[in-house]
Design a protein around this ligand. Structure first.
Ligand code: NAP
Length: 240
């Protein structure tokens, strides 16, 4: 069994898909998690296998602790214990504070933040035993600076940064690093839903003058997952 095993949550589409492909290219066997898009997750697995790598698709709602436990069991059985965890799965459900429902708030916090807590806990046991591990949490510039209409999302992504910093301090001496990556606007289904006018306006505010590509986020994650990033922990790296 390979000793380099990565689990990427929400890897059926967008940034997670690009991260899964990148880590596979870097020699990791990859657990490709998804919630609903089974066919898309299987396509990612097929692409990895076509390139000579190993991967397994695993369905789990990352906000559900029982599903998370069984996801880790499935990946360990198929590929081996997870040495790199990328907490990437996430959703938006935007609305102004005054109109935001409690359910809208809870769903986004559970999917984006509680999921990272559950998966980190599940990954840590094996990483502590191995005295090695990399945890990379996908935050957002919304979590760093706030964004109108995204109180739930920004709170979840700011929470991810707090989770990253605290966990990094707890387990730094065990050879495990924990970092957050905070992307700006990246071309995925999530930003496509915003429409052309919003993305054109956003592009004007971006120094490079365009939205980012999922592969550009994946290349930063690839670096953080590598042995070269052994002295970087507790950081939030903005990529915008
Ligand atoms: P996306 O294209 O909408 O893809 C979301 C992924 O998350 C899908 O693979 C989806 O699986 C999965 N997912 C959603 N809910 C899930 C759940 N409960 N359990 C397991 N998987 C779940 O999103 P994206 O733009 O690639 O975003 C990926 C991450 O980057 C998110 O955390 C997002 O907040 C963050 N981010 C994105 C941007 C951006 O501009 N795009 C900027 C900053 C941060 P299914 O396909 O099965 O639904």
């Amino acid at each position: 069994m390979p000793d380099r095993v990565a689990l990427v949550t929400g890897a059926s589409r967008g940034i997670g898909r690009a991260i899964a492909l990148r880590l596979a290219a870097d020699g990791f066997a990859v657990g490709v998690n998804y919630a609903n898009s089974a066919a898309k997750a299987e396509e990612v697995v097929a692409e990895i296998e076509a390139g000579g790598g190993s991967a397994v698709a695993v369905r789990a709602d990352v906000a559900d602790s029982a599903a998370v436990t069984s996801m880790f069991d499935t990946v360990a059985e198929a590929l081996g214990p997870v040495s790199v965890l990328v907490n990437n799965a996430g959703i938006t459900d935007d609305g102004l504070m005054l109109r935001m429902s409690e359910d809208q708030f809870d769903r986004v916090i559970d999917t984006n933040l509680k999921s990272a807590f559950l998966c980190t806990k599940a990954a840590l046991r094996g990483m502590m035993r191995a005295k090695h591990g990399r945890i990379i949490n996908i935050s957002s510039v919304s979590g760093v600076s706030g964004n109108p209409g995204q109180a739930n999302y920004a709170a979840s992504k700011a929470g991810v940064i707090g989770l990253t910093k605290s966990t990094a301090k707890e387990i730094g001496s065990r050879g495990i690093t924990v970092n957050a990556v905070a992307p700006g606007f990246i071309e995925t289904d999530m930003t496509e839903a915003l429409g052309e006018t919003v993305t054109e306006l956003a592009s004007k505010q971006i120094s490079v003058g365009r939205l980012g590509r999922p592969e550009e986020v994946a290349s930063l994650v690839g670096y953080l997952a590598s042995d070269e990033a052994s002295y970087i922990t507790g950081q939030t790296i903005v990529i915008d």
